[in-house]
Design a protein around this ligand. Structure first.
Ligand code: SF4
Length: 306
């Protein structure tokens, strides 16, 4: 029997961790306690490159003179980082999306969304963002600390749990109205809860209200090849007022209680096919499942602010 991996209990949560815990406790346990790392995807590399450029573009929209790399250069730099960090070669990187035999389309290509796909559509995503930044009536918010609200780090506490993350962008509109923007190179999330967490972070850090937000979906802003001059689509602003401090107290509090009690129930679903830790999942017959114990001894107050 292979030697068992050792658990390292989490000391803080991010929105992504909360979301994973809510979707499948076993996936959370494998990823966050045992550090099981799934495969590396071209979409992660492409998405990171897009974010690097998006940050530079947003800073430049404020007149701040920062270098803006080409998509190809940013993609190459991110690829290099991933290859070194994960100790892999390019042929081990996984392509997401669909097989489309006829050529590259927004949904995939002959080899799904691989390197070629990203080098074709990545620059178009950048053009789409440039056009939107140009046409949007708002501007990047300058936080009370004087820093532009771009890739804004937050380190807050919800239900006694340290919660950390980065907000892609907060924008300010007429009358000082604030809106949160999260750049997405992939699929639209099922809910706006992530934006709600960012709104809560803005409230806690700056005593400011950002009651609306949106996912800026790169693929929806790709230029129409039949009419490249067509106006950019409207962004879908969503109300975030339902994400109150009490709501998050309950949501993170329940996750904290479950994690502290060692409750990690697997939730098999149609997402299992693309699950990054499937090889270690006992329920799905993962080949390496024996390397992880069934469960950990109960731990008190794993997630707590000092
Ligand atoms: S394969 Fe399915 S059940 Fe197993 S950890 Fe992943 S999401 Fe959960």
């Amino acid at each position: 029997m292979p030697s068992l991996l050792e658990a390292r209990h989490p000391t803080r949560l991010s929105y992504s961790a909360l979301s994973t815990y809510a979707n499948c406790g076993e996936q959370f346990r494998l990823e966050r306690l045992y550090g099981v790392r799934g495969g590396t995807y071209w979409s992660t590399i492409g998405g990171s490159a897009f974010h690097v450029i998006g940050e530079a573009m947003a800073l430049r929209s404020l007149g701040i003179d920062v270098e803006q790399p080409s998509f190809e250069d940013a993609f190459g730099a991110e690829l290099e980082k991933v290859l070194q960090r994960n100790g892999i070669t390019e042929d081990q990187i996984i392509a997401s999306g669909r097989v489309v035999k006829g050529g590259l389309t927004p949904g995939g290509g002959p080899n799904k969304k691989n390197r070629d796909w990203w080098l074709h559509y990545g620059p178009q995503m950048v053009s789409g963002l440039a056009r939107w930044l140009d046409e949007d009536p708002g501007k990047v918010w300058i936080a009370p600390t004087g820093e532009p609200a771009i890739e804004l780090l937050f380190d807050i506490e919800i239900a006694g749990v340290p919660v950390r993350g980065y907000i892609d962008m907060v924008r300010e509109y007429a009358g000082g109205f604030l809106r949160i923007v999260d750049l997405k190179g992939g699929n639209r999330p099922m809910t706006t809860e992530q934006l709600g967490v960012y709104s809560e972070a803005i409230r806690q850090m700056f005593d400011a209200k950002a009651t609306q937000g949106a996912y800026w979906m790169a693929q929806e802003f790709l230029p129409d090849p039949r009419d490249p001059e067509a106006p950019a689509p409207k962004i879908q602003w969503e109300s975030l007022v339902r994400y109150t401090p009490d709501y998050f107290d309950a949501r993170f509090g329940m996750a904290r209680d479950g994690i502290d009690a060692g409750v990690y129930l697997a939730n098999p679903s149609n997402l299992c096919g693309g699950c990054s830790v499937r090889d270690f999942c006992r329920l799905q017959g993962g080949a390496r499942a024996e390397e992880v114990p069934y469960r950990e001894p109960k731990r008190e107050m794993v997630l707590a602010c000092a």
